[in-house]
Every structure is written in C-alpha cells, then in structure tokens.
Design a protein around this ligand. Structure first.
Ligand code: NAD
Length: 299
C-alpha cells in the first residue's frame, strides 16, 4: 500500500491537487491554517493535523501550495514548521510561486536536516488543477527528479525538469510576466477595437487568425461575451486573482533587479495590477484589467 503524502495549503489550487492524490490512492495528511479548508478532506478520509510539524511527523513526502514567500518561510522554518519534525530522507516539494532566492534558502535549511527540497511551481490554473493536467516546472537535484515526478504526474500532465533548485520558480516567473503583459495588451486592443466600432467577437476571431493571437486572446479572452467558461463570462470570479498576479510581477521585478535585467513592461504591468488591487479588483480574476480600462476611460 502507498505511504501517506503530506499536503499543506488547501486553497483554490491545493484543494483540487490534493484531491487528485486521494483519487490516485495516496493516503493524505493535510494541514491548512484556515480550518474550513481541511473539512472536506476529513470527509475524504484524510488525516487532518494541527501544524506543518505534525504533517512532517506523519509523512516523509510533503507538498506545499501556499500564497507567497512569507507563508512558505513560516511553514518550513516557523516554530511549528516542517523542519521541526522532518525525517531524514524526506522529499519536500514546494509548488507555491515564490521568490527563487527564498527557494534556495529553504533548500539549504532542508538539506541541513538530511532531507531533499524541490521547487515545483505550476501553470494551468484551477481548471487544470481539477482535471489533473497542470504543468510543473521543477528545480532541484536531478537524481531526485523521478521521485518527485511520481507524485506530480498524479496532478499534472507535463512535469518538466528545469535545473538546480530555484529554476522552476525562474521559469514560472518568466511565464507569468509574459502572461500579464499579453493580457494587458489584449485588453487594450479589444477595447480600442470596440471604440472603433468593431464587434468584439469578430475582432477576437480576426486576432486569433492573425499575428496578434495569444493565450489571452484565444483561450482566456478578457471581454465579456466573447467566450464561455472563462472568468470574463462570470463577472471575473474564480480563476487567477489580481492580487496573485501583482505578487508574481513583484517577483519578476525583484529577480530583474537582482540580475540587473531591464524589464520596462514588467514595471508598468506591476503598477497597473497594484493600482487594480487598491481599487477593488484584488479578488477578481486578472483578466478584469479589461473592466479596469473601461472604468478609467469613463472618468
Ligand atoms: P489560495 O490563497 O487560494 O490558497 C492558499 C492556501 O494556503 C489557503 O487555503 C491558505 O489558508 C493557506 N495558507 C496560507 N498560509 C498558510 C500557513 N502558514 N500554513 C498553512 N496554510 C496556509 O491560493 P492558490 O490560488 O491556491 O495559489 C497557491 C499558489 O499557487 C500561489 O503561489 C499562486 O501564485 C500559485 N498559482 C495559482 C494559480 C491559480 O490559478 N490560482 C495558478 C498557478 C499558480
């Protein structure tokens, strides 16, 4: 029979990811700082614990799926953190999107305890998490990759080895900065087209057969009424929160500063998403930048 897997952070993404582990027959040992998030897993037969340390006591393979760097530091190195009770030889996989510098620091602390740390952030969103076809970008010691892959394939269809620890985060940050810039560009182009008298559905169709086509135009169009089953069709509820996108653009800014890399469009995108957060869009999907542009122009 399979040995238990620890799962910490059962939010929008962690919930469906942990469910897929249960579906694949793994006993799950779960913890979330928000007790409501654990309830569902009790009904599914998971063991619910009181702290990350308790998870580490009961499972020697643990996945964390937390909002940000600070939460990850707390969960690993806090007074009741994983490192308090981690067993030698344990495999700790962090799928949160955080600063790669923090991933490297966590990896060092984990190594000191005789365990293994890998960063494995995901792309794909809540729909892909439910369907089990996330993309995992994995950084860490290559010899450990197969062990990580065994678990990650229960939740994702693409599991890509990127290099040393932190490189999974690097790939994720580059993807999301391009996603943000593409989304803002799509929203601007769609809005201008509408102002020029074009039907938005027709404009989207033309973009999607032309050189302006991108994921934000053809799979996640930000204009209500253009596509079904996307956040713009549902008042921008669910999906990938504006606050999380602002966080990821902040990570891109930090990484660019550390490496003296010019990223002018990232700076602008970051500020736009931060302004949106302070104007009531924080919990809406990041494609709401279209709605934000419409509001700004009416001032
Ligand atoms: P979320 O806020 O919905 O869930 C995070 C969970 O972590 C919450 O249940 C929260 O209670 C819990 N948590 C916070 N601090 C904790 C602590 N100290 N101990 C235990 N639990 C704690 O976030 P999410 O949408 O699931 O995203 C998780 C990560 O995945 C983020 O880094 C995000 O950027 C990334 N991500 C999200 C998406 C998406 O579409 N939502 C897609 C790809 C990547």
């Amino acid at each position: 029979s399979k040995t238990p897997i620890g799962f910490i952070g059962l939010g929008n993404m962690g919930n469906p990811m942990a469910k897929n582990l249960v579906e694949h027959g793994y006993p799950v040992v779960a913890y979330d700082v928000f007790p409501e998030a654990c309830k569902e897993f009790q009904d599914l037969g998971a063991q619910i614990t009181d702290s990350p340390a308790d998870v580490a006591e009961r499972a020697d393979r643990i996945i964390t799926m937390l909002p940000s760097s600070l939460n990850a530091i707390e969960v690993y190195t806090g007074s009741n953190g994983i490192l308090r009770k981690v067993k030698k030889g344990s495999l700790l996989i962090d799928s949160s999107t955080i600063d790669p510098v923090v991933s490297k620091e966590l990896a060092k602390a984990v190594e000191k305890m005789g365990a293994v740390f890998m960063d494995a952030p995901v792309s794909g969103g809540v729909g892909a998490a439910r369907a089990g076809n996330l993309t995992f970008m994995v950084g860490g010691v290559e010899q450990e990759f197969d062990a990580a892959k065994e678990l990650l394939t229960c939740m994702g269809s693409n599991v890509i080895y990127c290099g040393e620890v932190g490189t999974g985060q690097a790939a994720k940050i580059c993807n999301n900065m391009l996603l943000a810039i593409g989304m803002i560009g799509t929203a601007e182009a769609m809005n201008l087209g509408i102002r020029l008298g074009l039907d938005p559905k027709l404009l989207a169709k033309i973009l999607n057969m032309s050189s302006g086509r991108c994921w934000s135009s053809d799979t996640y169009n930000p204009v209500p009424g253009v596509m079904e089953g996307v956040p713009s069709a549902n008042n921008y509820q669910g999906g990938f929160g504006t606050t999380l996108m602002a966080k990821d653009l902040g990570l891109a800014q930090i990484s660019a500063t550390n490496t003296k890399t010019p990223v002018p469009l990232v700076s602008l995108a970051h500020q736009l998403y931060r302004i949106m957060c302070s104007k009531g869009y924080a919990q809406k999907d990041f494609s709401a930048v279209f709605q934000f542009l419409r509001e700004e122009e009416n001032l």
